[in-house]
Write a protein that binds this ligand. Structure first.
Ligand code: ADP
Length: 202
């Protein structure tokens, strides 16, 4: 926290399977308040979520499932096939994610640090101005694939296609204030690295 009582804002990012969520949990154990932007996006599109009316209005009732939430598989197919649909969806979601992030940040006033978990921080650009530091969790692609196959039961090809849709490792590393190379680290070693960065930044 600085003299004005503002919390340090850490933007946490990393490719799929890098260990980003694990690092987020370790930072939370050290006293940070975690803001999970993926979870916010999901909540916005659940039944009754703040994005639902706009999605129904802009994309038609076919994009709303019987339970009243977003028809996820249908939307995934549409945005995969149509880049303008992806932009239209993002135009609805991004401002709402920003508002909810700031609401959670305000509620966490006084915390030593806020950790904004943003999978596509490097890709989307607009997040950089909202954080003081960028922490990147990095590992080899072979390790990413191995971990996600193990964690989620995906095929290696499915993991590969997500990796290919994300920023390349060198670009993510280039925008970092600190990088944790989370490959062949034991859980204790990972925790020690997170602790060192925490001590340096807070
Ligand atoms: P991300 O959020 O980047 O997709 P996770 O933090 O969920 O990645 O990590 C992916 C998987 O790899 C999880 O099952 C996690 O427990 C495991 N994992 C993360 N870091 C390590 C590590 N240093 N050693 C072994 N397993 C790890």
């Amino acid at each position: 926290m600085d003299a004005a009582g503002l919390s340090l804002r850490i933007g946490l990012t990393g490719g799929i399977g890098s260990g980003k969520s694990t690092v987020g949990k370790l930072l939370a154990q050290l006293g940070a308040t975690l803001i999970d932007t993926d979870q916010i996006a999901r909540q916005l599109t659940l039944p009754g979520g703040a994005a639902i009316d706009r999605i129904a209005h802009d994309f038609g009732p076919g994009m709303i499932a019987v339970d009243g939430g977003l028809a996820r598989a249908r939307m995934r197919d549409l945005v995969f096939a149509d880049a303008t649909a992806k932009q239209r969806l993002e135009a609805i979601l991004h401002p709402l994610i920003g508002i909810e992030t700031e609401r959670q940040a305000a509620a966490a006033r006084g915390a030593p640090a806020l950790v904004l978990d943003v999978p596509l921080l490097v890709e989307s650009g607009r997040w950089r101005a909202k954080v003081d530091k960028v922490l990147v969790v990095d590992c080899r692609e072979a390790t990413q694939i191995e971990r996600v196959v193990e964690r989620s039961g995906w095929t290696p090809e499915a993991v590969r296609s997500v990796i290919d849709s994300q920023a390349p490792r060198h670009r993510r590393r280039a925008s970092a204030d600190a990088v944790i190379f989370n490959d062949e680290l034991t859980p204790d070693q990972l925790a020690a690295e997170v602790h060192t960065i925490w001590e340096r930044w807070t």
